[in-house]
Design a protein around this ligand. Structure first.
Ligand code: SAM
Ligand code: SF4
Ligand code: FES
Length: 354
């Protein structure tokens, strides 16, 4: 057993700091040492965030996208994909049905779709907040400062914009019309506007190295995110990365566990992507630092069309079924489903209940 790894872990648990070479050491340690990493992350999660698991109901409200990210099935060039858009009333109805299932937060996610103008989305957010009392997370990509400001004023609590990779060259090669500096600017603007900021990366992108993965974690810590979504890249046959290898469960879990050590108070979802490449992926993630799950509450008729990657779980399951299933998973781990909205416990947001 490497003495170094034990020392690195002890210090990380005590001080929540790691140098880049230490992150790399944890990402490349032996399987036995990896178990120590997962245990350390689980302990920190329990001590800081408790046993409650927060549920966020995910509404995939449009699969139209003006971008062309090389990895994603919703990319504009994927012309065979049947596209849909939900109306404001559709979204409201889906969110209303999630309330009796116990959801206190909904995540409104879509491709980059300018059909939903700033005011239209602001009105939707306003209704969900004021008529249903839900916490609202938006995840609609890169927009202007003014749009982000309008939505914050309308009541949006959180914004999820994964940085995907903190390697500017890799970022440029994967995103034909987007640049890393702009991604970063959006994230800092969201921070400035007072959102609870969620970011994150994929694991296993072609060209990614353990060094660039370490940079991803250090970037999340620098940004001091309230939520870090870390999931495996899953190759989609309808994209230029069809033949790429894809991320592994083991490396994704290590990234999550290190994220927990570096950011003890961040919410860390056990991602659907991890559950899609390993039938026990979400359980494993909840034991490696995870404390959030984002069950899909999109109606079945739309789920198949939001095909970011193949073999996504829950395509034929309805929101009530998924809610029961996830409750069972959480209970089987000796954990509970959180009752509140699950706002960040960090200073600055701790006045918000739950
Ligand atoms: N359009 C918005 C954006 O890009 O921020 C939100 C929707 S996008 C589909 C949500 C996330 O899906 C992205 O942040 C990306 O990390 C993830 N994603 C896309 N393609 C993926 C793939 N092939 N494997 C795993 N995750 C993928
Ligand atoms: Fe569009 Fe988001 Fe997919 Fe990129 S990741 S193609 S912005 S939906
Ligand atoms: Fe959808 Fe298990 S979470 S069926």
């Amino acid at each position: 057993m490497g003495k170094d790894i034990k020392e690195i872990l002890c210090r990380a648990v005590a001080e929540n700091v790691l140098a880049k070479n230490e992150v790399v050491a944890l990402l490349t340690c032996t399987q036995e040492e990896g178990t120590l990493l997962f245990d350390a992350a689980d302990q920190v999660r329990k001590a800081v965030m408790g046993d409650a698991v927060h549920l966020r109901g995910l509404i995939e409200f449009s699969n139209h996208c003006e971008q062309n990210c090389a990895y994603c099935g919703l990319r504009n060039s994927h012309q065979k994909l049947a596209r849909y858009r939900m109306s404001a009333d559709d979204i409201f109805a889906i969110a209303s049905a999630a309330v009796p299932l116990g959801y206190r937060t909904v995540v409104l996610q879509s491709g980059e779709d300018s059909y939903y103008g700033a005011h239209m989305l602001a009105e939707i957010v306003h209704r969900l907040k004021n008529e249903l009392g839900l916490a609202v997370t938006l995840s609609v990509g890169e927009r202007t400062y003014e749009e982000y400001r309008l939505w914050k004023e309308a009541g949006a609590d959180r914004y999820l914009l994964k940085h995907e990779t903190a390697d500017p060259d890799l970022y440029a090669s994967l995103h034909p019309d987007m640049i890393w500096a702009n991604r970063r600017r959006c994230l800092y603007e969201l921070r400035e506007l007072g959102y609870q900021v969620g970011s994150g990366c994929m694991v296993g992108l072609p060209g990614q190295t353990v060094e660039t993965l370490a940079e991803d974690l250090l970037f999340l810590r620098e940004l001091d995110v309230e939520m870090a979504g870390i999931g495996p890249f899953i190759p989609n046959p309808n994209t230029p990365l069809a033949k790429a290898e894809g991320g592994t469960v083991g490396m994704t879990l290590r990234m999550m566990a290190i994220a927990r050590l570096l950011m003890p108070q961040a919410h860390l979802p056990a991602t659907t992507a991890l559950g899609s490449i390993d039938s026990r992926g979400r359980q494993r993630a909840l034991r490696a630092g995870g404390n959030v799950v984002m069950p899909n509450i999109t109606p079945n008729s739309f789920r198949r069309m939001y095909e970011i990657y193949p073999n996504k779980i829950c395509l034929d399951d309805n929101p009530a079924h998924c809610r029961n299933c996830i409750g069972g998973i959480i209970g089987s781990l000796g954990r509970t489903v959180a009752e509140g909205a699950g706002h960040s416990p960090k200073v600055g947001f701790d006045h918000l209940a739950g």
